[in-house]
Write a protein that binds this ligand. Sequence first.
Ligand SMILES: *Cc1c(COP(=O)(O)O)cnc(C)c1O
Length: 378
Amino acid sequence: MTTTAAATTIPFFPPDLFEDDRDLLLDVVRDVATDPAQRFILGERTARFEELLRTDLGAEDVVACGSGTTALTLVLRATGITAGDEVIVPAFGCAPLANTVLGVGATPVFADIDPHTLVIDPDAAEALVTPRTKALMPAHMFSVMADMPRLRALATRHGLRLIEDSAVAQGAVLDGRPAGTWGDAGVFSFVQVKSFGGPGEGGVVVTDDPELARTVRMLRNHGQDGVHRFRHHLIGLNSRFDEVLAAFQLRRHPGLARRLARRAEIAAHYTEQFAPLAARGVVPPPPGTNGRCYYVYTLLAERRDDLRRHLAAHGVDSHVYYPRPLPHQPAFAHAAASDGHWPHAERAARQCLSLPIYPHLTDAQVERITEAVLSFPA
Ligand SMILES: *Cc1c(COP(=O)(O)O)cnc(C)c1O
């Protein structure tokens, strides 16, 4: 009985994510390995990949770098954010929102989130602006983009930089404008699990600001200008992009829209089916397509741990992103206001539960997941 259930459990992280692309991966490794250029980082493929995303997004510039996390670091460094400065970030989200700010010597100031969409609450953010505030760094969360029009207005009103952590939102569009292009700079991540993940590590910075792009380009390769080798204009870092990943992403990009559409289709089905569960304390994310991305599909459940056990018993794996708000993390608590309250972030950490939503889920699997959630007893 147990083994049967285990054998048929629908995993949250599919081990076969790249099975269909295995030949492609072997192909591009061979291409790069046998190319007479023998360039393995920042070569012609990286340049083509940057150009592809640039045209795709309608942005001025795209700079490929080592990861989504270093993309944020590069932007923070390029905007001159440093010790004594404050950056307002959401209290609920992934570690890079706090550790990149601390990493440049600045202080992350945690703002509470909207209780339903789980993204930063612009009013809470505005209440935290001080003379030391230099930037706002909202993140799109799971399936909903942050309220970029209001955050842009807020940034303008207070003379702040707007850094858009769009790492999970590739392909999302809000009011006709793509995720990643709302901020002074945006970032994407290509780590395996992301919607446009690949077989390795990588990220990009997206910006319309040529000066910012030029600085990020220098910083990613030890502060060199790309013309004079070993002339270091800035204290940079090593955050270069891999040619194998560039080749893989170039070949896989044409299928991205289809994979995102499949995610959106699954999400729409879940949300429609789960609407009546509110009476049982289970709330799906808001419906719609404007500003939605469906990297992760997250429910809020009053009896989250019971729901998780119930799903496991029905052969459905789930995941808790994130079990603690950032200001309650041991590594970041020292930076958080000691009298701070983040009730919505705290509730989200207690109630959030994410369901499988990868594009190669079959309709039958989607139905099994849906039925498992619907059969959660009141
Ligand atoms: C994944 C992620 C990052 C970091 O990207 P890496 O490529 O893993 O460094 C940053 N912000 C958010 C919101 C993410 O989900």
